[in-house]
Design a protein around this ligand. Sequence first.
Ligand code: ZN
Length: 172
Amino acid sequence: MQSNVVILEDLIRAGTKARPGEVHAKRWIVIHETGNVNPTAGAANHAKYIKRLAEQNKQYLSWHYTVDDHQIIRHIPDCEIAWHAGDGRKADGGNMSGIGIEICVNKNSNFRVAVTTASKLVAFLMKKHGLGIDRIRQHHFFSGKNCPFTIRKYDFWDRFLEMCNEEFKQIK
Ligand SMILES: [Zn+2]
């Protein structure tokens, strides 16, 4: 598989509440936005944040990837569960069988570029895990949360799915 997606792997500690290490089949790719417009709230600082959460070991909160306008960071392997979809331990739900992607909305990151980068990552994951476009869902689908906020607000979801499909076709 040839893809121009570059992923920086910076995994959080296994055996924590954030990363219990339970392995489940992947059925969904779950799209989020961080909701944090603070200029420094890019992918690198989210990587630090999620590591700190894991070390504190108090919260069931985690996701697989963070994307900003210049990098993609993987925090948890695709095959493991994470806590991002707000649907608890629902069988085949977003937490139990979804790959969670957070798109950064910080003011120092070009959101359009971040969304384009996210579409490349989604296409890569579709190919890798044999998932169709119908398996790409908003966080909203699983729990009703208004997330991904900007994409929903500007009615950009259908275009985003088209971008994912276009990127998918480019992968050899
Ligand atoms: Zn979300």
